[in-house]
Design a protein around this ligand. Structure first.
Ligand SMILES: *Cc1c(COP(=O)(O)O)cnc(C)c1O
Length: 429
């Protein structure tokens, strides 16, 4: 039944999304400052203030702009970066460097030098060679670097295989074989320029259960005990990574942050009691959880193609270049027709992107009311790993990023132009 109740437009964070689309054009990334700040406040009340000696760093690869750095800074969190470019963004935003941690499985000489030069808080060492590398660079600069070592605790987060990272067969981290770990720790203990404070693991992304965190903690705390007994090494910190799952579709049974963090703290405390260890500082690194639900993407519907008895494709003016996640990980999204959000959905359409790739489908079988060219589609929960993973495939300019605040909206990243696409090209003919 196609009941038209009232053609009310879809509102996000108090703003009429159809008007935003009209004013700023589409595709458009829309980010709610309020939602981001509420997430940060939840981290504060349910983790930082609830448990002593804890810290939280935002994993900036999920969504990073200088404005985002300012928001995270003002909420008192730290920042994870994984490249020179992310570090540069934080530096330009004036982010306090002692709250920055540099990650990465293949940091370059220049990236490490840049990090040490700027006195970043921690470098997370990914393998033994890198430890020598960091030591050499730090020694040349006459500095001491605080590091954690990333280990693979051998647990597999129950998520897409491209985003599990805690298993032993991984390009990330140091495996927990006794010889390997002991060698790494001994090198660090003898080093004048590297100060090893503890270990880090990140078992995967978009996890909905706490059991893999608990298993990983039990494994790493046994390591802490063994290193204390065998090498006299006292680990002072434990970084348990990010990966807390968020709402994308009805299939997702989302748990509050404290479901994860309470069990993390309980597991660490339990292990310390059982193994007679001092409680380390505990650090978490949520990325997606802070920004994912704070973003939506607005598109304009173009071609609507009905293939009788098969399916209807409705194409939007973006897709793979602004959101590669469906093509990359079969990620699922919900969406609403923003200018018809009070009309009863009565049919299924497949939302296609505009790229020359069969795989460029944003949503299979979305429930919608009748749709036409010119309708506005709002795809939800696109705040994480959309803008940051965007490309110019098919020479499509990247959308603008619009930040919604209490009573104002502002463009924090301008829409790319065709000239931008050619800016780095040299004419050689
Ligand atoms: C990506 C990443 C995170 C954040 O993951 P989310 O799933 O976005 O929370 C945290 N720590 C490290 C080391 C990462 O690589």
């Amino acid at each position: 039944m196609n009941k038209i109740k009232q053609s009310t437009n879809y509102k996000f964070s108090g703003f009429d999304t159809v008007q935003l689309a009209k004013k700023y054009g589409t595709p458009l990334y829309v980010i709610s400052e309020g939602i981001i700040r509420n997430k940060c406040k939840e981290i504060k009340t349910d983790f930082l203030e609830k448990h002593e000696n804890t810290r939280a760093a935002y994993a900036s690869k999920a969504f990073l702009t200088m404005t985002m750095c300012e928001i995270i800074e003002s909420e008192g969190l730290g920042l994870d970066v994984v490249s020179g470019g992310e570090l540069y963004t934080a530096i330009k935003a004036g982010f306090p460097m002692d709250r920055v941690m540099l990650h990465g499985n293949n940091k370059s000489y220049d990236e490490i030098e840049m990090a040490i030069n700027n006195d970043v808080g921690r470098i997370i060492v990914d393998h033994i060679d890198e430890l020598y590398f960091i030591e050499e660079i730090a020694a040349n600069m006459n500095k001491t670097v605080k590091v954690l070592m990333r280990v693979t605790p051998g647990v597999e987060g129950n998520t897409h295989k491209y985003i599990i990272t805690g298993q032993k067969d991984s390009k990330f981290g140091i495996p927990l074989d006794k010889d390997t770990i002991d060698k790494a720790v001994s090198i660090a203990m003898e080093s004048k320029n590297v100060e090893l404070l503890g270990f880090h693991f990140h078992i995967g992304s978009n996890l909905f259960e706490n059991d893999s965190y608990v298993t990983a903690i039990e494994t790493v705390m046994k390591l802490y005990k063994r290193l204390k007994d065998d090498l006299g090494f006292h680990a002072k910190e434990l970084n348990t990574g990010g990966g807390f799952g968020i709402y994308y579709t009805e299939e997702d049974v989302v748990k509050p942050l404290k479901y994860f963090t309470d069990s993390i703290m309980e597991a660490v405390k339990g292990c310390c009691n059982d193994l007679d260890l001092d409680m380390p500082a505990v650090i978490i690194e949520p990325g997606r959880w802070i920004v994912g639900e704070a973003g939506i993407t607005l598109y304009t519907i173009g071609a609507v193609k009905d293939i009788p008895n098969i399916r209807t494709y409705a194409s939007v003016d973006g897709g793979l270049p602004d959101n590669p996640r469906p093509a990359l990980y079969s990620a699922k999204y919900e969406a609403v027709v923003a200018n018809k959000c009070n009309m009863e959905p009565d049919r299924l359409v497949t939302i296609a992107g505009k790229c020359c790739e069969t795989g460029d489908i944003l949503i299979w079988d979305l429930n919608v009311p009748e749709i036409h060219r010119g309708d506005i589609l709002a795809v939800l929960s696109t705040g994480a790993y959309n803008y940051s993973m965007s490309s110019n495939y098919n020479k499509i300019p990247r959308p603008a990023v619009l930040l919604l605040s209490k009573d104002e909206e502002r463009i924090i990243v301008e829409r790319e132009t065709y000239e931008d696409l050619l800016r780095k090209e040299r004419i050689t003919f």
